[in-house]
Write a protein that binds this ligand. Structure first.
Ligand SMILES: *Cc1c(COP(=O)(O)O)cnc(C)c1O
Length: 378
């Protein structure tokens, strides 16, 4: 392939920081770069408190631990998402209740949420697909009425906003991913944003193997001990060093991602393109088009491949996957929109290191695609 679907881009100071961290000997978690990256992250998201984790998957697992989910508890979430959104709760014995997505934003359909609530509902998880905000006010209002917290799986949403408020600051908890495919990456990494102050102290303990070691390191207690359940969710400070450089370059990363996204948007006017509601600012996480059918999608992906462009489909619905059927259930109304769009969606390469020339190649390849027209046969 001339143009791979993803390619990581190093930030200006990334190698320098990685070397500094590795050479310093302070390579375990919660070192100086972890503090810097955490500070930058709370600045971008306006979240009052952040904890770096080894992945978004682990931040979701930490969320499930913090909410003290028990077997049989239910968690409402979209079917159109990554497996970790569901797995984190299934690991606690909870039941994912899959709700359909909206046909425009492909986000959790707020009109279908309330019907899926039962006395066992313990949380609503939203995913800001492609970095476009969910309808957070209606969803938050439903959650408030039923006394359940909202968790933002914000893996796509860093830098996006809803009604002027940054994504990641809107749920009781929010999770970030710094996986190699995300807007800001350190290979494997993540963060838990704790917006509900009541969960802060316990989040810190659960992330540190159930101990109050973090308080000890700050000199707040004179020894540390086992206080709660927990696990090890701290990334090495070497990874945090790479992350620090990326977060420092966040403005530049986003500028370039938006530039490419907008060029794609203009060029793909013969396809169904992403919808960005007027009260949101998207994070330019990914760009997709919807083909008219599954067969047309296959032809489009092949056509792009023949032009050297690696395009891919995206999530397979969770509700009718083998594990989804085993561990979850589907809310009233099913997930017909999810089933339909999952079959037709195509993502184009989008990363800051994509050159103007490469973007032009992608655009030319998309524009030279001719859907097979339906010919009436007499
Ligand atoms: C990437 C992604 C995750 C998982 O992130 P990791 O950091 O790889 O664990 C979870 N949810 C969504 C929506 C994602 O896109």
């Amino acid at each position: 392939m001339l143009i791979p679907f993803n390619r990581i881009s190093l930030a200006d100071r990334e190698l320098e920081y990685l070397t500094t961290a590795a050479a310093s000997g302070a390579t375990s978690g919660d070192g100086p770069f972890t503090r810097r990256a955490t500070h930058l992250l709370t600045g971008i998201t306006s979240s009052p408190y952040a904890l770096l984790t080894t992945s978004c998957t682990h931040a979701l697992e930490l969320s499930a631990l913090l909410l003290e989910l028990e077997p049989g508890d239910e968690v409402i979430m979209p079917s159109f998402t990554f497996v970790s959104t569901a797995n984190a709760f299934v690991l606690r014995g909870a039941v994912p209740v899959f709700v359909d997505c909206r046909p425009d934003t492909l986000n959790l359909d707020e009109r279908a949420v309330e019907a899926a609530i039962t006395p066992r509902t313990k949380a609503i998880v939203v995913v800001h697909y492609a970095g476009v905000a969910c309808a957070m006010d209606p969803i938050t209002e439903i959650a408030r009425r039923h006394g359940v917290p909202v968790i933002e799986d914000n893996a796509h949403g860093l830098g996006g906003s809803y009604r002027g408020r940054p994504l990641g600051s809107l749920g009781a908890l929010a999770t970030q991913s710094f996986h190699a495919t995300k807007n800001v990456q350190c290979g494997e990494g993540g963060a838990l944003l704790v917006n509900d102050a009541g969960l802060r102290e316990r989040a810190e303990i659960l992330r540190e193997k159930g101990t109050d070691r973090s308080r000890f390191m700050r000199g707040q207690v004179d020894k540390y001990t086992w206080r709660d359940v927990g696990s090890s969710y701290l990334p090495s400070d070497v990874l945090a060093a790479g992350l620090t450089a990326q977060l420092e370059a966040f403005g530049e990363i986003q500028r370039r991602r938006h530039e490419i996204w907008s060029a794609y948007y203009e060029a793909c006017d013969e396809f169904v393109r992403p919808t960005v509601p007027s009260d949101t600012e998207h994070a330019a996480h990914l760009f997709y088009v919807l083909a008219t059918s599954n067969a047309e999608r296959s032809r489009l992906i092949e056509h792009l491949a023949s032009a050297g462009v690696q395009a891919t489909f995206h999530y397979q619905p969770l509700h009718d996957s083998p594990a989804g059927l085993r561990f979850g259930r589907t809310g009233p109304g099913g997930c017909p929109v999810t089933e339909d769009v999952a079959e037709r969606l195509v993502r184009l390469p989008l990363y800051p290191g994509l050159s103007d020339r490469e973007a032009a190649t992608v655009i030319a390849a998309v524009r030279s695609f001719r859907p097979v027209s339906v010919v009436a046969v007499r």
